[in-house]
Design a protein around this ligand. Sequence first.
Ligand code: PEP
Length: 256
Amino acid sequence: MRKPIIAGNWKMYKTISQAIELANGLKRELYKIDPQDIDIVLCPPFTALTEVAEILTDSNMSLGAQDMHWEDEGAFTGEISGLFLKDIGAKYVIIGHSERRQFFGETNETVNKKLKAALKHELTPIICVGENLAERESNKTFAIVRNHVEGGLKDISQQDALKIIIAYEPVWAIGTGKTATPSQAQEAQKFIREILAKRYNNETAQAIRIQYGGSVKPENAAELMKEPDIDGALVGGASLKTESFAAIIKNSMGVK
Ligand code: PEP
């Protein structure tokens, strides 16, 4: 059975003191959860990584970052490398979030380079894929998802594919309050698993965890998690408050 994984993407929210408050609140709220049962990941902004890393030491939660550059170092003003993320104690990194694709020119090619660099530094990449509203309405969902998965995972070996997490995030559901129905999410995630099975083999596809992301809330987490191909959630807005993120985690457990 695949272990569920729930990650909070704090985006460009939380000053250092606010991040400390949120991480401490979650630690208090979730300390009874056995890390054997679920992986919990917090992805604060770069500026709060150090402080949150300290709070998460010896906890049942891990640190993640929201993006990285593919080079280890160099003249890349404003960028942060996998080497630096490893140095600060991050274990996960989100790659190819739709906001990066939409506003910062992220492409399948840059996703693929970042993915390879993350693996080199033993960071677990969370690769985001998903269609926008126009693409869904013109029946291009499967084509876009296939393009993101195949482009992002280009030249990735079967062994490395097992180290990756995929997040299916329909862009029309991100930050809009409009969640994909469990069956819409399941349909796309089953399709992703089929792509992986063809590309690698069925055993590998069955082992790779696929999260759903897009307006996940305490009220809809359980019904999404009941779907056979949904192995967790990537949560934006609802990860910014202790109560809602803790409730998503508690409501997601033991529902399969
Ligand atoms: C996200 O940013 O990945 C996300 C899913 O955001 P939200 O939960 O706010 O839709």
